[in-house]
Design a protein around this ligand. Structure first.
Ligand code: ZN
Length: 393
């Protein structure tokens, strides 16, 4: 007999509280991975549970010809200013059916629900589908990379992907892409006492700053994903001393890409700016470099393509039917995230149909108010199982 949602929900909630209590900053997920692997094994429904070279934890259920990946990233951002929290962010406080703490939205609830969803399924479906339940690492630092690694370097090949980023129990189908870009401007150092002998890199940067502010206003708007954007996140300069003319200046840009915008188009716009041309400034995509908890070095350019699954896509439609089954009181709606997700790899780079469904409100992610209702855990667990049935039908 398959378990019922009502019977598994208290166990989902208990497991969620356990994994909230284990801090798991990006690159420091070793302990939480061990805890999740232990839970998956203890459930005794998975055919295989393992950890890949990057440190993602994976539970495989079934050996059918088509494969569904249920992905929840299990790293979280830091807690910021502890004084702003009303309670210990790692205590996983439960009050009146709500669980609080870092990761209680983004996105440990999905991990707990996805882990338990196969308990609701008829084992006979194992012939028809393979489910990979993935707890992915490093997402907060380099969205997409963990699934890129799992799919292209570990040979786990899904036909469909469901992301556990918060959607407040709606079906989401994409988001804007993003890039981290640097603009480097060179000057010529001289003693500050005779500064006219130098070329001040900061002065050469000034017109570029204003041009970027104007460029933002001109960027493309898309009815589904919203507007592309660019903003300067940081500025750095160099000089031989504080008694010198600045010989270098670097701008760090956050660029959000809407539908139709690409890496090439975003770089070309910046390179065409009059101030960039006049200063012969160097425009480049930043390199992301880090080390996974397993010790594996990670490097990737900081370009995260736009990700959209079309609304007619069979996975999107199956998602809507599963949402209607799991939450009959609320007609399912399609939506998109404002932030970027592991979908940049699965949909954006690899073209694998990808949707999102999870409890929790997106606007609470990374905030001191992260919280999830236990009744929403029940809906999400039910949804993941209902989606599998839809995909097998
Ligand atoms: Zn997230």
């Amino acid at each position: 007999m398959n378990a019922t949602v009502a019977s598994v929900t208290p166990r989902v909630a208990r497991f969620l509280r356990d994994i909230i209590r284990i801090p798991s900053l990006s690159g420091e997920e070793k302990q939480v991975v061990a805890r999740i692997a232990k839970e998956l094994r203890a459930l005794r429904v998975y055919d295989k549970v393992w950890t890949d070279r990057l440190g993602n934890v994976i539970g495989q259920w079934g050996r059918g010809p088509r494969a569904l990946m249920l992905d929840a990233h299990i790293d979280t951002v830091g807690i910021g200013d502890r004084a702003q929290w009303a309670h210990d962010p790692y205590a996983a406080l439960e009050r009146k059916g709500v669980i609080y703490g870092r990761g209680a939205v983004d996105e440990k609830p999905a991990m707990a629900c996805m882990a338990y969803a196969p308990l609701l399924l008829d084992p006979a479906l194992k012939k028809h589908i393979t489910i990979y339940v993935v707890g992915s690492v490093l997402e907060e630092d380099c969205d997409g990379y963990p699934l890129w690694h799992l799919i292209t370097k570990e040979g786990v090949k899904p036909d469909w992907v469901v992301l556990g980023e918060p959607t407040d129990l709606q079906v989401y189908r994409g988001h804007r892409g993003r890039m981290e870009i640097t603009i480097s401007i060179k000057g010529k150092a001289a003693h500050g006492a005779h500064c006219d002998r130098g070329v001040n890199a900061i002065y050469r940067t000034a017109p570029i700053i204003r041009e970027i502010e104007q460029l933002h206003k001109r960027l493309r708007r898309d009815a589904l994903l919203g507007k592309g954007s660019v903003t300067i996140a940081r500025i750095e300069s160099t000089s031989p001393s504080l008694c010198s003319v600045a010989d270098g200046c670097t701008l760090y840009l956050d660029r959000r890409l809407t539908r139709g915008e690409t890496k090439a188009s975003a770089l070309a716009e910046l390179r065409a700016l009059p101030g960039v041309r006049a200063a012969r400034a160097h425009v480049a995509v930043r390199e992301y470099r880090s080390t996974a908890w397993t010790g594996l070095p990670v490097a990737q350019e900081s370009y995260f393509p736009t990700s959209v699954s079309e609304d007619k896509q069979p996975l999107v439609q199956a998602g809507l039917r599963a949402a209607a089954a799991a939450l009959p009181a609320r007609p399912p709606k399609l939506g998109v995230w404002t932030f970027s997700t592991n979908g940049v790899a699965t949909m954006g780079r690899l073209g694998i149909p990808t949707i999102g469904f999870a409890p929790g409100r997106e606007e609470l992610a990374h905030s001191v108010h992260e919280q999830v209702a236990i009744k929403d855990l029940a809906v999400a667990t039910d949804f993941y199982a209902a989606l599998v049935r839809e995909l097998c039908a």
